[in-house]
Design a protein around this ligand. Structure first.
Ligand SMILES: Nc1ncnc2c1ncn2[C@@H]1O[C@H](COP(=O)(O)OP(=O)(O)OP(=O)(O)O)[C@@H](O)[C@H]1O
Ligand SMILES: [Mg+2]
Length: 508
């Protein structure tokens, strides 16, 4: 049964092709008509679905200054109030922003046949009805069976089950101000992906956890078999896997002449049966020192750069962890960067892992994956703001990953500082509260779905409210992010409680 909520009428210059106004029926059934509600009306072409974007209250009675003066007359308060039932003159109107024209397969309006752009306005006098949940979900492009349940559609309060394929495959970004709820939303996404049925097909997840916020997942009994935490302190890049040019990437000052010199020694090491595939920077250094041929100053400079790289404490004879062994379907590998402060070191690690993952995926040696990058502006910044070793590979995955089922999720609190190339390849955007006008403008520039009206709505979102737009849904939709199923131990601990805990520790 469709619930009728009002009647289309003429108001100002409306209805036109993109908007129609309707008078809201007075209701006794408790249904509350609000901004954001999805409604439809019958037009000449089919069923016009739209969303209420504004509600206004009108009362003819209070448009005249003299009446108001008389009404507020303190000497004789009840004269007019008693005579006129002014409340009955009040009526509410809603302005609907049309989204699409729907043709149904049958009379019962259950199966959507197709959705088109509207070309003709709604008819004044026609009834306006609430779009039923089932139709709404099909219209928005949700996947009620296998979708990721991220929260509730605003106003309607039905479960927003975002289609996984549509969200992941063309990459997505999670954006908001600091404290807007990005990491919280990401943990919900992880919960959903890890809890999917085994027969529904779920990629491996790799997450760069800059602040150690996701380590709590390991303590959850239901999930712990699917969680692998890799502490960056033990991370090692295998030197035999690196080409001489990668050395130059990690230490920019190595000159081309020195790179050529370096490749000579690497070739030699590879011929040495004992050292082959097991050598370290220290071995290369020893080889250079033993060699009597060659230009002395080139060798000296190269030795200097290699020792500098060695001091980073990142390189060894073999990679650790061995990436093709840890990455598995429907499991998450969390690289915990909490203890690492050097931004250069972090970028080198991210660069190395991304390169390896992408190559392994191209060779089909690891399952399809979702790579989640927290604080993405640190690893893939816009050129005007900073440089980063890891930027080219992240942009490459953004551009080409889709073809190899390598999905990317960029998380950032400063979209403006994030590479435009990478951001514009993120077809879906989950935007929580974003206040900075520069960030909003950058976002509008990078996706045509965001109009001025949406931008102003985005800036007024609260914690836990988001708009999903782009490839994941057919139309931008506002969603209240749900609560976590699995809570972190410290999640509800206040600052004062942390201080007390600290005090106790001190006393001990
Ligand atoms: N949907 C939600 N329901 C309840 N609480 C939430 C929700 N989203 C966020 N919060 C709370 O808001 C706080 C900030 O969230 P979160 O850490 O996810 O922000 P953030 O955007 O990742 O911030 P930063 O950019 O600093 O990393 C957290 O304490 C979290 O508990
Ligand atoms: Mg965060």
């Amino acid at each position: 049964m469709s619930i009728k909520v009002g009647t289309v009428f003429n108001y100002l210059q409306l209805p036109n092709v993109s908007k129609f106004p309707f008078v809201i029926n007075k209701r006794q059934d408790g249904i509350f008509i609000q901004k954001g509600l999805f409604v439809y009306t019958k037009s000449n072409e089919g069923f016009l679905i739209g969303v209420i974007e504004e509600i206004a209250l009108l009362n003819e009675y209070f448009t005249d200054a003299l009446t108001i003066k008389a009404y507020n007359n303190n000497d004789n308060p009840n004269i007019i109030k008693g005579l006129f039932p002014s409340k009955d003159f009040e009526f509410a109107i809603a302005i609907v922003n049309c989204l699409g024209l729907v043709q149904f397969k049958d009379e019962n309006l259950k199966e959507i046949d197709r959705v088109q752009r509207m070309t003709y306005p709604a008819s004044p006098g026609e009834g306006v009805y609430i779009v039923e949940e089932e139709i709404l979900h099909k219209f928005l492009g949700f996947d009620n069976k296998y979708g990721l349940n991220l929260g509730y559609v605003k106003v309607t309060d039905s479960n927003a089950k975002i289609n996984m394929n549509r969200l992941l495959n063309k990459h997505f970004a999670i954006l908001s101000i600091s404290g807007g709820g990005k990491s919280y939303l990401t943990s919900i996404l992880i919960e959903e992906l890890l809890s999917r049925g085994e027969d529904s097909g779920t990629p491996a997840i790799i997450l760069f956890d800059v602040h150690g916020e996701y380590v709590y997942l390991k303590d959850i009994p239901e999930l712990k078999d699917k969680i692998k935490i890799q502490d960056i302190s033990y991370f090692q890049i295998g030197i035999p896997n690196l080409s001489p040019y990668v050395f130059k990437k990690y230490q920019e000052q190595i000159s081309h002449v020195q790179v050529r010199e370096l490749s000579k020694y690497i070739k030699k090491l590879n011929k040495d049966k004992q050292k082959k595939n097991k050598y370290t920077i220290q071995d290369i250094i020893e080889y250079i020192e033993q060699e009597s041929d060659g230009n002395r100053s080139t060798k000296q400079a190269l030795l200097g750069w290699l020792s500098e790289l060695e001091r980073l404490n990142l390189f060894g004879p073999q990679e650790n962890p061995i990436l093709n062994k840890v990455i598995e379907n429907q499991q998450i590998t969390i690289f915990n960067f909490q203890k690492e402060i050097s931004i250069r070191k972090k970028q080198i690690i991210v660069d190395y892992i991304c390169n390896r993952l992408f190559n392994l995926r191209r060779m089909n040696n690891i399952p399809p994956f979702l790579l989640i990058i927290e604080e993405a502006h640190q690893f893939c910044p816009e050129a005007a703001h900073a440089k980063a070793i890891s930027k080219p590979i992240i942009e490459m995955i953004a551009r080409e990953g889709r073809k190899f089922m390598a999905c990317l999720c960029l998380i950032s609190q400063r979209p403006k500082k994030l590479s435009t190339t990478a951001l514009s390849q993120c077809n879906s955007k989950l935007v929580l509260s974003l206040k900075n006008p520069y960030d909003l403008k950058h976002l509008m520039d990078s996706s045509e779905a965001i109009t001025k009206e949406y931008a102003s709505m985005i800036s007024s979102l609260g914690v836990g409210e988001m708009i999903v737009m782009g490839n994941a849904v057919n139309y931008p939709v506002f969603i209240d992010v749900r609560k976590r199923k699995f809570k972190a131990k410290n999640e509800e601990t206040t600052l004062a409680q942390f201080c007390l805990n600290w005090q106790k520790k001190e006393i001990k």
